[in-house]
Design a protein around this ligand. Structure first.
Ligand code: KG4
Ligand code: ZN
Length: 345
């Protein structure tokens, strides 16, 4: 009788430092989170009203060793149990990325372990695999982060076909700018999310931002200008701004655009699985609206838990696992690529 070869479990250490979170995580077989440590720099950047790249790099340097040590400890293991190290190498802030990349290269070299370079956005998409063990490509995914608004078909693990994108601001950027304009400060997304809960989404009608001849593209610059005009007009006439109504109306317009294009895309391309990824997918109104639209159209809706929507290293380990299985390996020449495009390696 032929003995069946037992499949070996794979433990990936993920490292993420592309923006203002220093993060490390251990993930088993690309799906099971054994630890997820995130050291957020938000308190310090809040003083300046946004991420200061130089400060971000310095804090990553200070914290990265402790964060990795804690991720191993929480997973109940040491370096010897790790099969590969996966690190974000782009896109992001170059100085911030370099800290994670240098650390990962040093560890891989010293420990003699394989190194895998991970695209940050591929990581965001892979956060869905942590949440839904049964989810497999292909599916439609709306990627909405601070720097990206992309509607893609995930053909296979790490393989994307871009169907639509923002022609100007990313959704997260629009949230952050509106938050600043109404005095909610940084980080804008969660603050707008909270303020909007008390407001009337139909109070102010904002432009929908359709892009002619590009049914799956987005534009948020007209909406942003309309919000700023509304605020300026109120200042000039001495009227008080109703922040709850303003943020609720802004959010309603953004969510409408994101959900309608995503559902249209899934219908047109014949998909019944719709996922979301990136920091803005933590938004409560977007999650509710996408869920409802999917149910109405007989589609399954997937989105990660909020902690896996925003930047974390478990998603990098998950994406790294599938890259590792494909045979992707990085050498000591791996470099940070700040403007790495989606679909590039
Ligand atoms: O994915 P992410 O953590 O970092 C990038 O890769 O950019 O996304 C950060 C963006 C920020 O613009 C932030 O304001 C937004 O995600 N965000 C939200 C929420 N939480 C984070 N936007 C709307 N509602 C939220 N609850
Ligand atoms: Zn991100």
């Amino acid at each position: 009788m032929m003995e069946e070869k037992e499949k070996k479990d794979l433990y990936i250490l993920g490292i993420e430092s592309s923006c203002d979170e220093t993060a490390a995580a251990v993930v088993k077989n690309g799906r099971q989170v054994l630890s997820n440590v995130i050291s957020s720099q938000i308190d310090i950047h809040t003083i300046y009203g946004g991420v200061v790249p130089e400060i971000a790099s310095r804090l990553h340097c200070e914290n990265i060793n402790g964060v990795i040590r804690l991720a191993l400890k929480e997973a109940g293991m040491d370096f010897s149990g790790i099969d590969a190290i996966a690190v974000t190498y782009g896109p992001g802030l170059v100085g911030a990325l370099l800290v994670g990349v240098s650390e990962a290269k040093a560890l891989a070299y010293a420990l003699g372990k394989p190194l895998v370079g991970v695209h940050h956005i591929e990581g965001h998409v892979a956060a869905n695999f942590l949440e839904y063990p049964e989810l497999e490509p292909p599916f439609v995914c709306l990627i909405v982060s601070g720097g990206h608004t992309h509607l893609v078909i995930v053909r296979d693990y790490g393989s994307f076909e871009i169907i639509g994108r923002s022609q100007d601001d990313a959704a997260g950027e629009a949230y952050d700018k509106v938050a600043r304009a109404v005095g909610l400060g940084y980080p804008g997304g969660p603050k707008v999310d909270r303020a909007a809960r008390e407001g009337n989404p139909y109070a102010i009608v904002f432009p929908k931002g359709e892009v002619r001849d590009h049914p799956y593209d987005f534009t948020f610059s007209g909406l942003k200008s309309a919000v700023l005009n509304h605020i300026n007009k109120a200042h000039m006439t001495g009227e008080e701004i109703n922040v709850a109504d303003l943020t609720a109306s802004f959010q309603y317009t953004v969510v409408e655009a994101l959900v309608s294009r995503t559902i249209d895309c899934a219908k047109a391309y014949g998909f019944h699985k719709v996922a979301m990824a990136g920091g803005v997918s933590a938004n409560s109104a977007l999650r509710k609206a996408m869920q409802e639209a999917c149910e109405k159209n007989g589609m399954s809706c997937y989105y990660p838990a909020p902690v896996f929507c925003t930047d974390n290293a478990a998603m990098i380990a998950a994406a790294g696992y599938y890259e590792y299985l494909k045979g992707s390996r990085a050498g000591t020449d791996l470099n940070a690529v700040p403007n790495l495009k989606l679909g590039e390696r």
